[in-house]
Design a protein around this ligand. Structure first.
Ligand code: AMP
Length: 302
């Protein structure tokens, strides 16, 4: 079933305690697409500059990722650099160069306008609405990611966008900021009153929680002996979550719970190597194996 993503396709410079790179393919939509396309075909909307090479394109072409919506603009692609602390718990952004992203206006090819599953990656909330305005019919599920920059800088525009979506994927700190409450349950209730009927809180190494109506589901992070590079874990979680729902053609609570497992599994693979390296070689059978292991770990009968 059709899954559309809009977001950044970038080059990243990464410094982790285990290794670094001056330039590697990154961006939220990149991580999302590589993760989601293991489960369902993905349509990507974004922009790259003339530094985006045939080899970069090949990373996507090796998967079921449609690039008709990936615009080429003169200039450089979005560039981001970040450095992690020794315990990987904090990250410092060193550079954000918007480049071609600064004037980006997402345009949906006609064939994308009937997409049933839509993921609005972390971009300006005005542009997120601009994507929805181009849909020919109401998608089955619209999910959104955002960050502190938009929560504090564009709160009114973000509020308008939140009224139009079904699910919000966000980390715990950002949820507290958006909901205006330190307590996560109270923050989630406030967020739900703003529009989304489902809120997914990503808590890094502590797993993730799904809130929907009065129901809560929690999934742990898959325990790893070595985390190499946490970049893109959240976007890969979103890719696993949405990719699973699109593959099942479902959006009910029961399936969202199952999708949480796939989100957690894809997030765990993404952090095992530098940049998108691990996702590049990942196979569906690896995902299924880890999903079964994760379910076994959490299945406790009383
Ligand atoms: P995450 O680790 O989930 O926050 O995602 C990291 C990815 O997001 C990197 O590959 C960056 O290229 C991309 N990124 C960083 N900052 C931004 C931003 N302001 N807007 C869009 N994408 C970004």
């Amino acid at each position: 079933m059709s899954l559309l993503v809009v977001g950044s396709v970038a080059f990243d410079a990464l410094q982790t305690p285990f290794g670094s790179t001056d330039r590697t393919l990154g961006g939220a939509a990149t991580y999302f697409s590589l993760a989601a396309s293991l489960m369902a075909p993905v349509r990507l909307v974004g922009v790259v500059g003339d530094d985006f090479s045939a080899a970069d394109e090949a990373t996507f072409r090796g998967r079921k990722i449609d690039l008709d919506g990936l615009e080429r603009a003169p200039g450089k692609s979005f560039f981001w650099s970040g450095r992690y602390s020794d315990d990987l718990r904090t990250r410092q952004t060193l550079t954000t160069e918007l480049n071609v992203f600064a004037t980006f206006e997402p345009k949906l090819p006609a064939a994308y306008q009937d997409s049933q599953y839509v993921f609005l990656g972390n971009i300006d909330p005005v542009l997120q609405r601009h994507v929805l305005a181009q849909m020919r019919r109401r998608p089955k599920l619209v999910a959104l990611d955002t960050m502190n920059y938009w929560i504090s800088g564009s709160s009114e525009e973000l509020a308008k966008t939140l009224r139009m979506i079904d699910a919000l994927l966000i980390n715990d700190e950002e949820a507290s900021q958006l909901g205006g409450e330190h307590n996560i349950l109270r923050a989630v209730k406030r967020i739900m009153s703003m529009g989304p009927s489902a809120v997914i809180i990503k808590r890094g190494e502590y797993g993730a929680m799904l809130f929907q109506g009065d129901t809560i589901a929690a999934v742990p992070a898959y325990p790893l002996e070595k985390v190499y590079d946490p970049t893109g874990a959240g976007d890969s979680f979103a890719g696993g979550f949405m990719g699973y729902l699109a593959s099942q053609r479902k959006s009910s609570h029961e399936f969202m719970r199952k999708a949480m497992v796939y989100g957690s599994v894809l997030g765990s693979f993404a952090v095992e190597k530098l940049g998108v390296e691990r996702l590049r070689t990942l196979k569906r059978r690896d995902v299924e194996r880890r999903a079964r292991d994760l379910v076994k770990m959490t299945h406790i009968r009383l």
